[in-house]
Design a protein around this ligand. Sequence first.
Ligand code: DX5
Ligand code: ZN
Length: 224
Amino acid sequence: MKSWTPSDRIVAPSVLAADFSRIGEECSRAIAAGADWLHLDVMDGQFVDNISFGPAMVGAVHATNDIFLDVHLMIARPDHYLPRFLEAGADLISVHVEPEADHDVAGSLAAIRTAGCRAGLAFNPATPLEEVLPYLDQIDLLLVMTVVPGFGGQAFMAEVMPKVEEAVRLREERGLAFHIEVDGGVDPQTARIAAGAGANVFVAGSSTFKAPDIRAAISAIREA
Ligand code: DX5
Ligand code: ZN
């Protein structure tokens, strides 16, 4: 990444919606179609009710291409597993703020940055913005969940947009530069709503990997 400007429009296809039997080809397909980042959803069956993949998958994706890897940890004890994801080649790691994540949030963010990686902080639709406020000056990205995490293919929750708008306001007020990412149910229509609220990073699984024309889907989200 050359710059880190929150006005950049970034589309991050979520590999969770890819064909796992051909993961390398799927990543190449998304990259050739114009993906800016790849979003990797790590789920442990504890923090969320689903199990996806771990550091070995991040390492495998990293070994096959140079694209920016946006790793979203939906796991209990992220601090315990961080070194393995850093080692695997993550460019940005987001941890959750919820108590169920069971870690020292500031300590995890510091460990990510100390390793030379970008640090993201994620929070669920039901979690108020107040929970992330103490960390805004310690993050490179705020991940606003627009579905209850755990599964792809859910409907976008427009009711969380006031949190995006307020985060934009506070970022301005505090002179910060973190990106604002939305994740869950993002397609060209809902990306427009999120962009209007001030989000600039768009995670999209089903609407990219399962689209008839992935290039057109990525472009439509970027231009929403
Ligand atoms: C949900 C994950 C998302 C998911 C999005 O728990 O964090 O990244 O892959 O999938 P879609 O775009 O299908 O809603
Ligand atoms: Zn995600």
